[in-house]
Design a protein around this ligand. Structure first.
Ligand SMILES: [Ca+2]
Length: 409
């Protein structure tokens, strides 16, 4: 065996192994940790060939564990010597481990029964929790019957209602990207947002009109140059599609497709008009919508708030202020509308592919989905779609990220 070795920080790998296998015995944890540490050594620059990873064990008698690495096997290309370590290699060969490394880590240890991937993961770059959304078929678009009983009418671009199959499960951020998280990105990259470059952002004034405000950026998203209380935990706003795309690339993920967003938004509620069902007003605590507080903050606004609904937030709310949907995802409806990866094209639903649609191919406008704190009732419908120019920045528009599994379930 060769002598090229590198030491790996052992304690954090050990903690990761404990997260992955909360039920495991100390001995199994030790085995998993050894292999995980070896894998990290390999991905940090070790050749994927024969070599020796020297992994320092804490809490064990002084010594070094030699691990032989090879390309043998199609799984992870990791083979090890010794009975105990070989057993650990079988655990390590799970495809999700290679898929997640090095951009995310499993949380909680619970595996999805269909994909065998962790149900929850945490992104390394920004500590965002992501939830696994299963593959499957759902009905996308407006239900024609939605227009009955005086309900708000759908737009032509929400038809035809059509079956969409997502062939792969995907991870979706549990909540909208926050100001604190966006700050990590700009600190790490010195990224300059569209609003910072242009010198203005679009903010709703007391008349309820969204107007350009000089100097307004994600760092100062109010017309007086200030911030809301608990600003760090609010969703980032005044970011363009280009900004969101840059963030997602930095975090080694992407923006969700519109179909991924709608499937998650529906959360299995096939045929429902609103996230909570079909009636108005929404039940108490349903989300941050255009409520009584917004009406009081924008007294001259021509936009009608939802009758009989109070959520306590005139503008954005800290993420996770309201309950999660059945998939464990927060604020897909309400708080801020969210940027999707898809280009917006007229009539797209009439010609989109039945599996894994990626949006139109022409034009620069992008789809946004999910209602915001400023939407009238029509925008609360599950099928509601909006369109946004890639450099447009608004005070009720943000984003979350997604990552599609690299193999069918
Ligand atoms: Ca509100």
């Amino acid at each position: 065996m060769g002598g090229s070795g590198a030491s790996v920080a052992f304690d954090d790998v050990d903690a990761l192994a404990r997260d992955c296998y909360p039920e495991a015995t100390t001995e199994v944890i030790a085995m998993v940790t050894e292999v995980e540490a070896a894998d990290r050594w390999r991905s940090s620059g070790g050749d994927i060939g024969m070599g020796t990873a020297t992994v320092r064990r804490s809490g064990r008698r002084a010594g070094w564990l030699p691990v032989a690495l090879g390309i043998a096997g199609a799984a992870l290309g990791l083979s090890v010597r010794g009975g105990r370590v070989r057993e650990a290699a079988a655990l390590d060969a799970e495809p999700w481990r290679a898929f997640l490394s090095p951009w995310a880590e499993p949380v909680g240890g619970e595996l999805d029964t269909a994909t065998k991937y962790p149900k929850r993961v945490r992104r390394v770059a920004d500590q965002m929790d992501m939830v696994l959304v299963p593959a499957g078929t759902f009905q996308m678009g407006a239900v024609p019957e939605d227009d009955r009983s005086g309900a708000p009418k759908h737009a032509p671009e929400e038809l035809p209602r059509h079956a969409v199959t997502l062939t792969r499960a995907y991870y979706l951020d549990a909540h909208e990207v926050t100001n604190e998280q966006f700050g990590r990105f700009t600190a790490a990259t010195r990224y300059v947002t569209t609003a910072e470059r242009v010198g203005e952002g679009w903010i709703r004034d007391e008349r309820g009109m969204t107007v350009p405000v000089k100097g307004a950026t994600w760092r100062a998203p109010l017309s007086d140059g200030g911030r809301l209380p608990e600003w760090e935990r609010h969703p980032v706003v005044l970011v363009s599609w280009d900004d969101a795309d840059a963030y997602a690339r930095w975090a080694r993920v992407g923006l969700p497709t519109e179909a991924q967003f709608e499937r998650a938004l529906r959360g299995g509620a096939e045929g429902a008009l609103f996230p909570w069902g079909g009636t108005l007003p929404p039940p108490r605590g349903a989300g941050n919508f255009l409520d009584g507080s917004a009406k009081r903050a924008f007294p001259k606004s021509p936009w009608a708030p939802i009758d009989g609904y109070e959520d306590g937030f005139a503008r954005t709310a800290p993420v996770k202020s309201f309950g999660a949907n059945p998939l464990g995802l927060f604020d897909l409806s309400g708080n801020v509308s969210e940027l999707c990866a898809d280009r917006f094209e007229r009539g797209y639903y009439g010609r989109s592919p039945p599996s894994d649609p990626l949006g139109g191919e022409r034009g620069s406008a992008r789809v946004t989905r999910g209602s915001s704190w400023g939407d009238v009732v029509q925008g609360l419908r599950l099928s509601s779609r909006k369109v946004n120019a890639p450099t447009n920045v608004l005070d009720d528009l943000g984003f979350r990220c997604a990552k599609t599994l690299d193999a069918p379930p």
